[in-house]
Ligand binder design. Structure first.
Ligand SMILES: CC(C)(COP(=O)(O)OP(=O)(O)OC[C@H]1O[C@@H](n2cnc3c(N)ncnc32)[C@H](O)[C@@H]1OP(=O)(O)O)[C@@H](O)C(=O)NCCC(=O)NCCS
Length: 199
């Protein structure tokens, strides 16, 4: 690899101008297993607006020569979609103490250089600055024998555990998108991983 991407973070309404580029990147990367997302523009707008609409919405950008090659998002759980809030309400966990981490997407060419770690560092740092006690994200659950699972697929569980996240099978939700080859959106099970922010 000729150059390591540079990483910077934008917040709130400053996120807005990056939405089209980040949408394109999400659509490209999330075609991969286990997401298998057949991306569409309207869905992306609706989803990504949540981050620019929140004053504490966070977008971390990885760039090479002014080109966006990676992105990662976060916002207060309170400002996230209801599907993500509900499991915490039901479990009696204080929603206002949780900073929700959205996705991390990176062009395959730039993987393995530590950018994934930088994405967590940046988002956890903002969570701490904003005074959140907990960071949390959720991951789609696909069957281990899924026909579209590549031979070489490596789950991220080890990475996430090492980052201090605990898988919480008691905190699950369903979130809908259209899978590749499908006619319409279907709900998927997503399980949460959570971590207490170092004080
Ligand atoms: C997730 C993603 C952003 C990670 O980016 P990255 O820059 O390659 O990650 P890093 O180089 O910081 O490595 C992070 C850890 O991932 C692990 N890892 C490396 N290659 C991996 C692979 N192919 N599959 C799974 N884990 C891998 C390593 O163990 C590494 O941890 P370590 O340095 O403590 O050993 C990138 O792989 C990606 O875009 N994947 C597709 C989308 C996705 O799955 N996003 C995550 C959920 S939204």
């Amino acid at each position: 690899v000729e150059s390591t991407p540079t990483v910077r973070t934008v917040t709130g309404t400053d996120i807005e101008s990056y939405i089209p580029k980040v949408a394109q990147l999400r659509i490209r990367v999330f075609r991969e297993f286990p997401y298998l997302y057949d991306g569409d523009r309207a869905y992306e707008e609706r989803y990504l607006r949540k981050y620019s609409a929140s004053s504490r919405g966070v977008l971390v950008l990885a760039e090479v020569d002014d080109e966006i090659v990676g992105a990662s998002t976060a916002l207060p759980l309170r400002d996230a979609d209801d599907e993500f809030v509900q499991p915490f309400v039901e479990a009696g966990i204080a929603v206002d103490g949780v900073f929700y981490l959205g996705e991390s997407v990176l062009e395959p060419h730039y993987r393995g250089l530590g950018i994934g770690h930088r994405f967590f560092d940046e988002r956890e740092g903002r969570a701490a600055d904003f005074g959140f006690a907990v960071t949390a994200f959720c991951a789609v659950v696909r069957p281990a024998d899924h026909p579209l699972r590549p031979e070489s697929y490596r789950p991220h569980d080890g990475f996430w555990s090492k980052r201090g996240y605990e898988r919480r099978p008691d905190l699950v939700t369903r979130y809908a998108w259209r899978d590749l080859g499908d006619e319409r959106e279907t709900g998927k099970a997503m399980v949460f991983w959570i971590r207490k922010n170092a004080a």
